[in-house]
Design a protein around this ligand. Structure first.
Ligand code: PBG
Ligand code: ZN
Length: 325
């Protein structure tokens, strides 16, 4: 049917029919909130490149989670700033490391709140890479797997509900799955950062998590932004190794990947709306150049329309507030 018999504007004529025709709706439960935890007392330090995002000490966690619960947000993903860094990232798999203590602290006040942990070494190594490095600075794949598996098991032992490996080593999902199963954590799901690109959009996060590599970059393990078919191969491998949920990261420049992964595999896909995407919006909004609420809601709706089941976003609390009206 064509114009004049068919007129698409008929279904846009007023607010009622527009609401009835709406294909994509956001809710607070679509979001996972990233949380940075650090040692110390009474700390809630704002990240300068991410206004509204804080690094908090353990004693501030209960209030943080209470706020999320009141907003209807069901889950966090934890990132830790350790007391000490070393070549092997030891605090990552220390049962009394900062993330392990944060999990216990959250579970003590909010046992049903869903806690996901980022599993990687870059926040814990003194060189800032996501794995162990050899004398030439190359990141060693197979030796790193063992440490990542120990980290995931340590998080599960502390009470994590789900683990999310973000290192991009080959074979990490299988290594984590085996280690979790062997220690009685066969029910803990793995959310793999399967299609994770070597992106310029991680800049503000590296300030927030103090994880900028001391030398080189991450291109020998994270993906080339030019590649789409390779993302599907990465996802196929992770699914084959037993992951439950897959992440595409960053999100905005990779909407095509979200859609392709969703269509190809039918697995739950999570869009990681990263730090640089957040910082750009905050900066433009602060200048009065964009309407923050309108732009953010449009972007988040776009992620869902592209096929995302869930969205990891620093804007989660803002979105939840706006959804309340
Ligand atoms: C650690 C990790 C990073 C992010 C999540 N986990 C940084 C990186 O790979 O350098 C980025 C998140 C963001 O930018 O919001 N591997
Ligand atoms: Zn890392």
């Amino acid at each position: 049917m064509n114009y004049p018999e068919y007129r698409p504007r008929r279904l846009r004529a007023n607010a009622s029919i527009r609401a009835m025709m709406c294909e994509t709706r956001l809710s607070a439960s679509d979001f996972i909130y990233p949380l940075f935890v650090k040692p110390g007392k009474g700390l809630r330090d704002e990240v300068s490149s991410m206004p509204g995002v804080y690094q908090v000490s353990l004693d501030k966690l209960e209030a943080e989670i209470t706020e999320l619960v009141e907003l209807g947000i069901l889950a966090v993903i934890l990132f830790g700033l350790p007391e000490n860094k070393d070549a092997l990232g030891s605090e990552a798999y220390d049962d009394h490391g900062i993330v392990q203590e944060a999990i216990r602290t959250i579970k003590a006040s909010h046992p049903d709140f869903y806690v996901i942990t980022d599993v990687c070494l870059c926040e814990y190594t003194d060189h800032g890479h996501c794995g162990i490095v050899d004398e030439n600075g190359a990141v060693l794949n197979d030796q790193t797997l063992e440490l990542l598996a120990k980290e995931a098991v340590s998080h599960a032992r502390a009470g994590a509900d789900m683990v999310a490996p973000s290192d991009m080593m080959d074979g990490r999902v299988a290594a984590l799955r085996t280690a979790l199963d062997d220690t009685g954590f066969e029910s803990v799901p793995i959310m793999a950062y399967s299609a994770k690109y070597a992106s310029g959009y991680y800049g503000p996060f590296r300030e927030a998590a103090d994880s900028t590599p001391a030398f080189g970059d991450r291109r020998a393990y994270q993906m080339d932004p030019a590649n789409g078919d390779e993302a599907l191969r990465e996802v196929a491998l992770d699914i084959g190794e037993g992951c439950d949920v897959v992440i595409v990261k960053p999100a905005l420049a990779y909407m095509d990947i979200i859609r392709r992964v969703k269509d190809e595999f039918g697995y739950p896909v999570v869009a990681y709306n990263v730090s640089g995407e957040y910082a750009m919006v905050k900066a433009a909004a602060a200048q009065g150049w964009i309407d923050e609420q309108r732009v953010v809601m449009e972007t988040m709706t776009g992620f869902k329309r592209a096929g995302a089941q869930l969205i990891i976003s620093y804007h989660a609390k803002d979105v939840a507030r706006w959804l309340r009206g």
